[in-house]
Design a protein around this ligand. Structure first.
Ligand code: UDP
Length: 257
């Protein structure tokens, strides 16, 4: 596994199996590990939002979830084995947890009822999976949620609070919540629960999943403007857009606590 930076944002080039192995190894270590799935939209936000950039760059594992990342890497002569879609990563990791049978999974985020439904679906898909608890993502106070996660004994937390908010929750509260793996999952509960459909295979194959989502959700159009901006920026940086990870450049005052 090699670690790179794309426009100053860290990501790791590895296969799905390697990512899952790494996440399983985190379960053996007594500290929280943050897992981020990063795409062009988040990389563009990181250009303007230093705190957001530090959050991603401080994560233990950052997987490329977005064809744009692979495209940028290829332009710079770097081979990335595969795109790791967030929803696939968390389903496959749930399967691993089911096989292990010991560690509980807590699902936090999305509209009321959605995480619960996603939990039922995951449990049906992977018998043996222990859903330790669920809570929606529209809460006012964090404290009771942190306490509930700790009391549930969950070792793994999937958080769907939108990019930034979800990773920040894991970073700030992971230790007190007693978890070992925390994954920011974006809209994945909406997909797993069946509330939103993932794009048909043909869109995924043609790398047009973003287009399918935008067609069904016009409010995403504005956010999608980040993609041409991302491409233009990668283009203008030439071979310098992607390079080996240089933490000294991007990790200034990363851990302030
Ligand atoms: N969400 C939430 N609480 C919030 C904001 C968002 O639970 O305060 C949920 C939202 O319902 C959705 C998920 O977070 O299920 C991802 O939201 P969005 O698509 O806006 O995030 P992004 O695309 O930035 O990951």
């Amino acid at each position: 596994m090699q670690t790179y930076q794309l426009l100053g944002v860290k990501f790791q080039a590895l296969t799905m199996t390697e990512a899952l192995d790494l996440m399983e190894s985190y379960l053996q270590e007594e500290r929280p590990h943050l897992v981020v799935t990063v795409g062009p939209e988040m990389i563009m936000r990181a250009q303007e939002d230093e705190a957001f950039k530090r959050l991603i760059n401080g994560a233990d594992l950052v997987v490329p979830d977005g064809t744009g990342v692979l495209w940028a890497a290829a332009r710079c002569g770097i081979e990335v084995p595969e795109r790791i879609a967030g929803v696939e990563l968390i389903e496959k990791f749930a399967a691993r947890l089911a096989e292990r049978g010991s560690e509980g999974l807590y699902l936090l985020g999305s509209a009321p009822g959605v995480a619960e439904k996603a939990g039922e679906k995951l449990q049906a898909l992977y018998p043996g999976l222990r859903i330790a608890g669920v809570h929606d993502g529209y809460f006012k106070e964090e404290e009771p949620i942190v306490a509930a996660i700790r009391e549930s004994g969950a070792r793994v937390l999937y958080v769907a609070l939108g990019a930034g908010k979800q990773e920040s929750f894991v970073e700030r509260q992971g230790e007190r919540a007693g978890i070992r793996v925390g994954v920011g999952v974006g809209g994945s509960f909406d997909v797993i629960s069946g509330l939103k459909k993932r794009a048909p295979q043909i869109f995924i194959k043609l790398h047009l999943e973003w287009l399918y989502r935008a067609l069904g959700e016009p409010s995403r159009w504005r956010r999608l403007l980040a993609i041409p901006r991302f491409m233009a920026l990668v283009w203008s940086k030439g071979k310098g857009a992607v390079s080996l990870w240089r933490p000294e450049e991007n990790m200034v005052e990363a851990n302030t606590d």
